[in-house]
Unconditional design. Structure first.
Length: 191
């Protein structure tokens, strides 16, 4: 199995805000999944976080990877960057690309072991993703929310709406148990 340091050496060249510590936890979650587990990532951009699953799969772990992004809402040409990345390094890795908004995914994806929510950061967007996807995660599965704890230079939350909505859906009375916050990334285990 590829090591975290090996994945990071590759991933660190891909633009994006994901920190090394956050990527390390993502890596640990992925390598801990059962073979054949389903991973869904909402919000791919250049492929910084997605490159972790893709490298682990390339190194031989069977994974059912779904990557969801319309690649249109962002300003730069992230779509061609991501395609070039796939063409150059991951052509032999099986995964499914959903070139659409998370609410428009037409394939029936169930039994998700790892759901990574990093798409629309608006209050409505994060709520739509929680509503539409959290119930599709397996018991014992994990959801990861990026930018949950992201901060402005003055220490205030950059996306208070993410924390508010996630706290609401994954509160202590729910089926979710916190796995803590690493940099800006929150993770919850489904009971
Ligand atoms: C913060 S970036 C994702 C960063 C990425 N995970 C990384 O590792 O760098 C947000 C991405 O979400 C996508 N996005 C925005 N709204 C979305 C939606 N409703 N469904 C899926 N993706 C969405 C944008 O196109 C953008 O590429």
């Amino acid at each position: 199995m590829i090591s975290f340091n090996e994945t990071y050496e590759f991933t660190d060249d891909i633009p994006g805000c994901y920190s090394e510590t956050e990527l390390r936890r993502l890596y640990e979650l992925v390598v801990g999944l059962p073979d054949g587990a389903t991973i869904v990532e909402i919000g791919v951009l250049y492929g910084r976080s997605a490159s972790i699953y893709l490298q682990v799969a390339k190194s031989g772990k069977p994974l059912n990877i779904h990557l969801v992004d319309p690649w249109a809402v962002s300003e730069s040409d992230t779509y061609s960057y991501f395609h070039d990345l796939i063409d150059r390094y991951f052509r032999d890795v099986p995964f499914t690309m959903h070139n659409c908004l998370s609410e428009d995914v037409s394939v029936d994806i169930r039994e998700i072991s790892l759901l990574h929510v990093d798409g629309d950061h608006s209050p409505e967007g994060i709520e739509t993703d929680c509503d539409g996807w959290l119930h599709l995660v397996n018991v014992d599965g994990v959801v990861v929310f990026h930018d949950y704890g992201a901060k402005n230079p003055d220490g205030s939350l950059l996306y208070p709406q993410i924390k508010a909505v996630v706290d609401d859906y994954c509160s202590v009375e729910s089926d979710w148990m916190t796995m803590g916050v690493v940099d800006s990334q929150a993770a919850y285990h489904k009971l």
